[in-house]
Write a protein that binds this ligand. Structure first.
Ligand code: ZN
Length: 290
C-alpha cells in the first residue's frame, strides 16, 4: 500500500493490476472505506480494517473478493447493482450467458460469481463519508451503465477505475456498454482537470493528465477510422470486421474475446451509421457513405 495523499492509500493489484486483478483504494477514517476488491489474495489483511466497501462497477475483476468483507457495508451505483446482486443479471449484463462459463472462469483465473448484498445504491453527486474524508460519486457510464469514479475534491484527485488509461484503450464489450457514453465520460473527467488520477489498471498519474485522457479518447476515433478504411476497400459484414481483430489483435481461439470484439465493433458501426459516415444494407453489409 502506498499513501498517495494523507489518509488515502493506493493498493496495488496483483500482476500490476492487470486483468483479472485491479487496483484498489483504501481510505482512513472511523468509517474506513475500500474501493473495489480485485487486488488479489493480499486484500485479506484489509478485511478487519474495512467498514465499508464501495464498488466502481459490476465487473468481476473489481468485485472478486467481496465475499471476504462480511462485516462491511456495500455500495455501488444503482445501474450496476443487479450485476453483483444476481447471477442471472450478471450473465445478462456481461453477455456471458451463452458461453460455457466454468471454462471461462478457469481460462481467466477468475473467481466465479458470488452474489453480494448491497446496502446503499449510489447516484451521481452522492457523498460518501469516512469520518476523515468525503468522496464524491462521479457517474462515468459507458464501460458499464453504472460505472463510477470517485472524486476527492480537497486533493483534486480522481479514482477513475476503468477509464483506465492503459494502452489497450477504452473497453465497451458488454451488451450494456455504451460507446457514446464512454466518450462523454472521458470528457467529463477532462473538464474536472484533476491534479492526480489513479485507475483500476494503471499507477497514479500526476503529470500530463489531460493529454493522456485526450489520447485515450482518440483511440475511439482511431478505431472508427480503421473500420472506415476497411469499408473503403469493400463492403463488409459485422462478422468480417470482427475477424480483422482491430481491437484484441488476437482472439487466441477464445470465443469470449471474439464476442467482446464483435460487441465493440458493433457499437462503432452503429455510431458511424448514426453519424451518416457509414450505411448498412438490408443484408447486413456495411459500406462507407460516399
Ligand atoms: Zn471493468
Amino acid at each position: 500500500m502506498k499513501e498517495i495523499r494523507p489518509g488515502v492509500w493506493f493498493v496495488e493489484g496483483e500482476n500490476h493490476g492487470r486483468y483479472p486483478f485491479a487496483h484498489s483504494l483504501f481510505i482512513d477514517g472511523e468509517d474506513s472505506l475500500l474501493i473495489d476488491t480485485g487486488v488479489g489474495p493480499a486484500l485479506e489483511s484489509l478485511v478487519p480494517k474495512t467498514r465499508q466497501v464501495v464498488l466502481s462497477h459490476f465487473h468481476r475483476d473489481h468485485v472478486a473478493r467481496n465475499h471476504l468483507f462480511t462485516g462491511a457495508r456495500f455500495a455501488i451505483h444503482q445501474a450496476d447493482a443487479p450485476g453483483v446482486e444476481n447471477a442471472e443479471k450478471f450473465y445478462h449484463f456481461s453477455g456471458l450467458s451463452q458461453f460455457n462459463i466454468e471454462t471461462y472462469w478457469k481460462m481467466v483465473s477468475q473467481i466465479k460469481f458470488m452474489p453480494t448484498s448491497i446496502d446503499r445504491y449510489l447516484e451521481d453527486g452522492d457523498l460518501i463519508d469516512t469520518g476523515k474524508h468525503t468522496l464524491k460519486v462521479l457517474h462515468l457510464p459507458g464501460h458499464t451503465p453504472g460505472h463510477c469514479g470517485y472524486l476527492f475534491e480537497e486533493y483534486g484527485f480522481v479514482f477513475a477505475t476503468d477509464i483506465d488509461l492503459t494502452a489497450f484503450g477504452p473497453w465497451y464489450g458488454n451488451p450494456v456498454s455504451d460507446l457514446e457514453q464512454f466518450r462523454a465520460s472521458i470528457r467529463k473527467l477532462r473538464e474536472l482537470k484533476p491534479e492526480l488520477i489513479a485507475t483500476g489498471h494503471s499507477m497514479p498519474i500526476a503529470k500530463g493528465i489531460d493529454s493522456k485522457l485526450a489520447a485515450y479518447e482518440e483511440v475511439l476515433d482511431h478505431r472508427d477510422q480503421k473500420i472506415l478504411n476497411a469499408l473503403k476497400v469493400k463492403p463488409l459484414t459485422l462478422e468480417q470486421l470482427t475477424d480483422k481483430k482491430f481491437i484484441y489483435k488476437k482472439h487466441n481461439g477464445q470465443e469470449v474475446l471474439r464476442y467482446f470484439e464483435e460487441q465493440m465493433v458493433r457499437k462503432h458501426l452503429e455510431s458511424l451509421v448514426k453519424r451518416k459516415m457509414a450505411v448498412v444494407s438490408t443484408a447486413g453489409l456495411y459500406s462507407t457513405n460516399n
